[in-house]
Structures are given as C-alpha cells and as structure tokens.
Design a protein around this ligand. Sequence first.
Ligand code: ZN
Length: 188
Amino acid sequence: MLHKTEVAEAKRLSQALFQKAGFAISQLEMDNLEVADFGLGEYRCEGSQIITIVSTNRVGFKVICLLPNQTLPEHWHTDYNGVEGKEETLRVIYGSLFLYLPGVSSIKSGFIPRNKEECYTSRKEILMNVTDQITLEPGIKHWLQGGKEGAVVLSISSMATCAMDPFSDPNIIRKPIVEGEEGAACNE
Ligand code: ZN
C-alpha cells in the first residue's frame, strides 16, 4: 500500500522531471498521475509514475516518469479478449533509461532490484538517451530503470490492454492501493 505522503512526494519529484523534460502537463493530468508501487510497498525501488494522455480502443499514449534508479518491473503485453497485445514504442525525452530485453545478459550499468533475481529474466541492457526510441513487439518481456537523473519516457502504443498484462513477479498487484482511496486504473 502507498502512503498519501509517498504519493505526494512521488508527484512532486515527477513534476520536477516533467519540467526538466519540457513536457507541459495540465493540473488535471498532474492530479490524475498514477503513482504505482505494484503492491510491493517500495515505490522508490520498484515503481513508476504514469500520466495517460490518450487511451482509446485504437491507441494509447502515456508518459512514464522514472525517478533515479527506480525500476518498472518486468512485464509483457499479451493478447486479451481477442485484442492483440499492444505494440509499444518508447522514446526518451529526459534523462537516461536502461531498457532490458531478452537476449544475452549484458547488465553492467543498471541493476536487478535486491533479492529479485527470479523476477527479472530479460537481461540484455540497452542504454537509451534523449531522442532514442525503440518499438517493442507484443509479448516481449521487458523492464525499465531510470538512470542517475531519472527518465521521462513517452510510451506510444496500440490499444492499451495493459491492465491485464502479466508481470514476472507473482507478488505484483497491478492496481495501486493508496491509503484510504480506491485504486486507479491502468499502466504503461
Ligand atoms: Zn511495457
């Protein structure tokens, strides 16, 4: 569970990064920013902050903010209810991002969260800087980690079916639970 003070702190830190990225967002979008701890209770370690800009039956456009060294846990985008899992393009607009994909292990600058070896199976490290982008086919296991300055990343995708997406860590609860509030909806 997330504490309200943690949500407020995550929002404040994220807002600073959006400003550094030069990505203008409205107060309403900021209010609706989703702070996710994936039910693991340590959002600064495994978590992310996400603004949904567009989510229709055809396309999804989200802005993902990762604080320094914050990890968005390994997941993949599967078919759901006859809808193909989403294709996702990631583009970095601030900071640096470590993206991990299946392949020969090459982790050297980023790291697997402590005691979570079995939950992070994709270990080919790709460093992405501002203006770098990559398109991931549906079904590819991936996870993200903010670099030293954190990262602001655009996620442009086909229809976001992500509320149903599987994660490698069986302890993950996708819907964030904030002290005294109903959980919010979807993710990256
Ligand atoms: Zn994804």
